[in-house]
Design a protein around this ligand. Structure first.
Ligand code: SF4
Length: 350
């Protein structure tokens, strides 16, 4: 039985103030505001969701790319998909609401099979994960039978089940270097595969990297000419890129790394201006957590991540519809879990 929300004027005012203080520096989604009036509208929802969470023994995992009112209003953990899945497993909650995209919720289900895992919006796919099915990977494997199959964590449960080991953008170089096979079938990110090729060559590691053809529609469009233009306008600018960007962009960035590594780089750097070549939600997080730094735009919105909303989180938590509940075939789940466990063995922590 779920309680009917009835909040006092004082509770609503206190929640509005809490949200407003958190969002003081946020300005990351064009056309959207986090001013006091906006916070007043968020307050009844965030109060209700936080109450429901306790009643249902639930945790809410919020990817850094979703909107700040979800991350800071109701999220228990915030970060990238790998970190969030680890937190889900450690939290041992009965219910996990994954405010991110579907492949991430699948990863949480793989690692926490006894929990009810729900997604706010079933349409929150991913151009990268959805570029390759398990069937397609089986055909690729048949063409390269001597290759070790390495899947990026941004992949479906079916693809993980067909892979030897999973990797994140933070541990991929170490794991690929440690594998005994020379030939590596890396899926599903073609651009990250190209960046791996370059980095391993730089490290003197001899591997043949074969890729499938997926890309992230957020990261594959940044271009090196825009970076040069930004550098001319902002002396001392630091350019920070994700390895899902093109090799041309990676080559002109000051730093290339995973979402977590990008945040650490900005937090520990002294530069006044940053160009973040990634999703705008990460810029929103940095605006909250490093208000003394300046971000000069250039980021892009992920349409899948932006399908999440407080209203949908509330609905998934209160009474999830069948399409919001993540289910996996147990054989696929077990094989996918083995692929992730292998990552933990080869690189215990990002
Ligand atoms: S930002 Fe790219 S990789 Fe991440 S969910 Fe969106 S499309 Fe997928």
């Amino acid at each position: 039985m779920v309680s009917t929300p009835a909040f006092t004027a004082a509770e609503l005012e206190a929640e509005t103030t809490r949200l407003f203080k958190a969002f003081l520096h946020v300005d990351c989604t064009p056309g959207k505001s986090w001013d006091y009036e906006a916070c007043r509208k968020f307050a009844p929802l965030t109060l209700e969701i936080n109450r429901l969470k306790q009643e249902k023994d639930a945790v809410i995992l919020t990817h850094s790319y979703v909107e700040p009112e979800i991350v800071y209003g109701v999220g228990d953990f915030k970060g990238d998909s790998y970190f969030l899945s680890l937190m889900a497993r450690e939290a041992k909650a009965k219910m996990i609401v994954f405010a991110g995209v579907v492949f991430m919720a699948e990863t949480a289900k793989i690692l926490s099979p006894d929990a009810t895992v729900v997604v706010p919006d079933r349409g929150s796919g991913c151009s990268l994960a959805d570029s390759l099915t398990g069937d397609q990977l089986r055909k690729l494997k048949a063409a390269y039978p001597d290759a070790a199959v390495v899947c990026y964590i941004n992949s479906t449960a079916d693809v993980k089940a067909e892979s030897d080991v999973c990797v994140t953008s933070g541990n991929v170089y170490d794991i690929v270097s440690a594998l005994p096979q020379r030939r590596i079938l890396f899926v599903p990110d073609r651009l990250m595969g190209e960046n791996i090729r370059t980095e391993l060559k730089r490290r003197g590691v001899d591997k043949e990297i074969i890729t499938s053809d997926g890309t992230c529609i957020v990261h594959d469009v940044f271009d090196a000419a825009a970076v040069a233009d930004a550098r001319a306008r902002f002396p001392g600018l630091k350019v920070v890129a994700h390895p899902e960007c093109t090799p041309e962009v990676a080559a002109v960035a000051d730093f290339v790394g995973s979402t977590g590594a990008m945040m650490k780089y900005v937090k520990t750097s002294e530069a006044p201006y940053y160009l973040m070549l990634t999703e705008c939600g990460l810029v929103g997080r940095l605006q909250v957590e490093t208000p003394d730094k300046h971000f000069i735009g250039g980021c892009r919105l992920c349409p899948y991540m932006k399908l999440n909303s407080l209203e949908k989180v509330r609905a998934a938590l209160a009474a999830p519809r069948p399409d919001q509940i993540v289910t996996l075939d147990e054989n696929i789940r077990r094989r996918a879990a083995r692929c992730i466990d292998r990552m933990f063995e080869l690189a215990p922590r990002d």
